[in-house]
Write a protein that binds this ligand. Structure first.
Ligand code: DOR
Length: 439
């Protein structure tokens, strides 16, 4: 029953791509949305799901996650991460190359794709990482992957931080380049300057707004010089948003995380190193400017940068604690709670968390509730509230930065290619997603 992909979902409040909503039914045939109408009669063999009282959104497409497999499975793995996706209503993800070995060749990427086909409950795609030496690998890589450049905040071969190293990557090829934009030299100098300070609040001063702005400016400059498709990952400062408002070529996109919209430096007082991430949390003023930029379309969409580390690692204390926080399990409910409180509309959430990332990464047939599209859907409850509780966290890391937040819009059902991966609290671990075409 669980894995059947012919089904009829009835009586849902359906968020449609044009921004309207319809109280009606969705017929699914062979994993695709076959029909959307006010009332559709069940046919023989239809598995009928009564969604009375629930709102249907397109499944979330999370285009920036770190799922740690292979090599760092003690933090997370593709199975536990995608169980967390199922709970969170995330039906597709694009994953970053800082696993072990680093994803820097097609052979390593192929191994990851194979692992994913065996372990992922939701649809998957992977970035290849740029190094100072792997231009030939990037050139020959399968067309269906993106290139990630860590301009800062990375260790070892994945760090490509100088203009001389970065420019050849922009100069060659046409596929999309996604950048983690922080100025590594500036971070190095400031680490030196603030050495010995163990209050994690210093993290936002060391990896400051200028470090972010410098790198974003450099990436923009190179993208313009070569007219190269560029995506700027996790924008953290109002300064970058204002720069992009003045100067954003049509081929450039950017994103923001829920935590950069909703948390700021005051979070260190409450959750200490759990608030430590790269780029760091900023100020309440930055939160406000980022929100406005998202609403105005300067920022194109939302990604979580799900980057789990264990509580033991986080307990090492600053600066020995690693940067990063999980996100896929709570991103949709966190954002829908904002919508419920009137900060934005439900249609905007569907756009920012599903349609726009699918469009920017050219993922076909994803991100919209539309006939002919893949039946990747999430049915959420916008009537009830439930807090984020540590004991309920599915991600292997076992914690969440939004613990204690009382949220509405939790997924009741998550549907991946017509299969029910999450059913009112139960994860169907048999469901498997498919490889995404993107780039
Ligand atoms: O805080 C972060 N942690 N930011 C990133 O972009 C990557 C990351 C990680 O992999 O832990």
């Amino acid at each position: 029953m669980f894995s059947d992909t012919d089904r009829l979902i009835r009586h849902a409040q359906i968020i449609l791509p044009d921004g309207d909503s319809l109280l009606g039914d969705v017929q699914i045939r062979q994993g695709k949305i076959a029909r959307i109408a006010e009332a559709i009669a069940p046919e023989a063999g239809d598995d009928v799901l009564d969604a009375q009282g629930l709102t249907m959104f397109p499944g979330v497409v999370d285009p920036q996650v770190h799922f740690r497999e292979p090599g760092l499975e003690y933090k997370e793995d593709l199975f536990t991460a995608t169980c967390a996706c199922a709970r969170g209503g995330v039906t597709s993800f694009l994953e970053m190359p800082n696993t072990r070995p680093l994803t820097t060749t097609q052979a390593i990427l192929d191994d990851k794709l194979k692992l994913a086909s065996q372990k992922c409950l939701v649809n998957y795609g992977f970035f290849m990482g740029a190094t100072a030496e792997n231009l030939p690998d990037l050139r020959e890589a399968n067309p269906s992957c993106g290139i990630k450049i860590f301009m800062g905040s990375a260790h070892g071969a994945l760090l490509v931080s100088t203009e001389a190293e970065i420019e050849p990557i922009f100069a060659e090829g046409t596929r999309l380049i996604a950048v983690h934009a922080e100025d590594q030299q500036r971070i190095r100098d400031r680490r030196q300057q603030f050495q010995g300070i163990t209050d994690p609040v210093i993290h936002s001063t060391i990896q400051d707004r200028k470090a972010a702005l410098n790198a974003t400016q450099l990436a923009l400059k190179l993208s313009k010089k070569y007219q190269r498709r560029l995506h700027i990952l996790h924008l953290s400062t109002g300064d970058e948003a204002e720069l992009l408002r003045q100067d954003k070529p049509a081929w450039v996109t950017t994103e923001v995380t829920p935590q950069h919209l909703l948390l700021n430096e005051t979070a260190y007082e409450k959750i200490g190193t759990l608030a430590q991430m790269n780029p760091p949390l900023r100020t309440a003023k930055d939160n406000k400017i980022l929100w406005q930029a998202l609403k105005d379309g300067v920022i194109d969409f939302i990604a979580t940068d799900h980057a789990p580390h264990t509580l033991e690692e986080k307990a090492k204390g600053y600066p020995n604690s690693p940067s990063g926080m999980p996100g896929v399990e709570t991103s949709l409910a966190v954002m829908l709670t904002q919508a419920k409180e009137g900060k934005c509309s439900y249609a905007q959430i569907a756009n920012w968390m599903s349609a726009k990332p699918a469009e920017a990464y050219q993922i076909p047939n994803k991100g919209k509730i539309k006939e002919g599209y893949d039946a990747d859907l999430v049915l959420v409850d916008l009537e009830n509230y439930h807090p984020v509780l540590r004991e309920e966290v599915v991600s292997k890391c076992g914690w969440n930065p939004f613990e204690g937040w009382n949220l509405t819009g939790w997924a009741r059902y998550t549907i991946v290619g017509g299969q029910v991966a999450f059913d009112r609290g139960t994860i169907n671990t048999e469901v498997r997603g498919k490889a995404l075409k993107f780039g």
